[in-house]
Design a protein around this ligand. Structure first.
Ligand SMILES: [Zn+2]
Length: 424
């Protein structure tokens, strides 16, 4: 992959850090990170953020990362270690070279400000609240549009901004909001699970004149670790001479994080964990992550006080869940263990046990076979979309979206006609 023409431009109330990046086989994409103008002095307009975001996708493609521009020396050294570590993860990531036209050390930091990525979820609330009473308290929350929240869901973004602004103002700190198109461009290469660490680092690297330390809230605890985009062995390696990244919270299991944050009324009022991006919905209350978090809250005895979730766990919904990867299995196991220890929710325990048994020793079941067939069909479709993305500039996808809009208009037209006819 290739990065060139890094520049910083102003657009109304925003400053935009952009670069031309060769990600697909055909064409060049304009990658951007857009910040409010008041953070202009924080921004270092070099290629370091783009290099961090594109490192793992380049490894997946087996292509050297060619950078026409400057990156930090310490970052380059760290990225070489990241290549070594992740190439051994059995994800099909190949060792590559980083070929930057200029490598130079950052000037040393002039600030002592700390920031943390904040989505309003369990991990980010835990990191924020843990640091609150310490000398390394967090001064800024970084909230990204286009990462967990899709750029196509402005309603959810507005709702999340309102919530995080509310949290920040009651805590007397600031929220740095950023928008980026990077996820949509690299996701066809490799899923977000493995690429989001480099993209989070890209945001911190963009802002590194105004920040000394950036905390990356952990997803899994030590002892549960799996290959993942954010990882205790990777995160600090995105650091430069100016800024340090810290993987935070891996010494605490998720159930204990929930136990800690559930003591705080702010977390009970605002907790947001859902990744479904349901239109304008904060927590859908039916997906795996919502139900897992509701189980966490049930263990702590605080589910009925959590304002952003349904008050009870619907066992019929738990029955519909199935575990599709080891990470989710670990978190469900953790919940099951705690429920057993407390001797509560026997029926919920039984469903979780069945679900986990099914993951570790699956039996033939026609319903699940159909589900699996649908999964492989979708995978096939994804492959077609991938080829479309790389070689066809997403024309197929654009055509699909165009037809979808036309069909929607036709259906709206006819339903209006029928309504008018019935009214006559
Ligand atoms: Zn959900």
């Amino acid at each position: 992959m290739k990065i060139k023409n890094v520049r910083l431009k102003e657009e109304g109330q925003f400053v935009i850090l952009t670069a031309e990046c060769k990600i697909r086989h055909v064409g060049i994409d304009q990658v951007y990170f857009k910040f409010e103008k008041k953070y202009q002095d924080f921004i270092v307009a070099d290629a370091s953020p783009f290099a961090a975001a594109l490192l793992i996708p380049s490894m997946k493609m087996g292509q050297d990362l060619v950078i026409e521009g400057s990156i930090s020396r310490e970052l380059q050294d760290g990225m070489k270690e990241i290549i070594e570590k992740t190439a051994s993860w059995n994800l099909g990531l190949k060792p590559i070279a980083i070929l930057a036209s200029e490598v130079r050390p950052d000037t040393l930091s002039q600030t002592d400000k700390n920031a943390s990525f904040f989505s309003g979820g369990v991990d980010s609330f835990y990191t924020y609240l843990k640091h609150k009473e310490r000398s390394d308290k967090i001064d800024y929350l970084i909230l990204a549009n286009g990462f967990d929240i899709s750029l196509d869901n402005p309603g959810l973004w507005d709702q999340t901004c309102e919530t995080v602004d509310d949290i920040a103002s009651s805590e007397g700190i600031e929220v740095i909001k950023v928008e980026s198109n990077i996820r949509g461009l690299i996701e066809p290469v490799l899923i977000w699970d493995y690429t989001h660490g480099g993209c989070l680092a890209a945001l911190g690297l963009s802002l590194r004149s105004g920040l000394k330390n950036v905390y990356i809230p952990s997803s899994l605890a030590i002892g549960q670790l799996l290959p993942w985009g954010t990882h205790p062995e990777l995160d600090a390696r995105w650091s430069t001479e100016k800024i340090s990244f810290h993987h935070d919270g891996a010494d605490t299991k998720r159930v204990d994080k929930v136990r800690f944050i559930a003591q705080n009324p702010l977390a009970l009022k605002h907790l947001r964990v859902c990744y479904i991006n349901a239109k304008d919905k904060f927590n859908c209350g039916v997906c795996d992550k919502c139900l897992r978090t509701m189980t966490n809250l049930c263990i702590t005895g605080k589910l009925s006080e959590a304002e952003t979730f349904p008050r009870n766990i619907d066992l019929e919904l738990i029955k519909t869940l199935s575990v599709c990867n080891k990470q989710k299995a670990i978190l469900h196991e953790e919940n099951l263990e705690e429920l057993k220890k407390l001797g509560i929710e026997k029926e919920l325990q039984a469903h979780l046990r069945d679900m986990l048994k099914d993951f570790y020793a699956p039996k033939f079941d026609s319903r699940k076979t159909i589900k699996k067939a649908c999964y492989y069909f979708m995978e096939g479709l994804n492959q077609i979309m991938l080829i479309d993305f790389f070689y066809n500039q997403s024309r197929l996808h654009k055509m699909k979206m165009f037809l979808q809009k036309k069909l929607q208009k036709i259906s709206e037209y006819y339903s209006r006609i029928f309504k008018e006819r019935n009214a006559r």
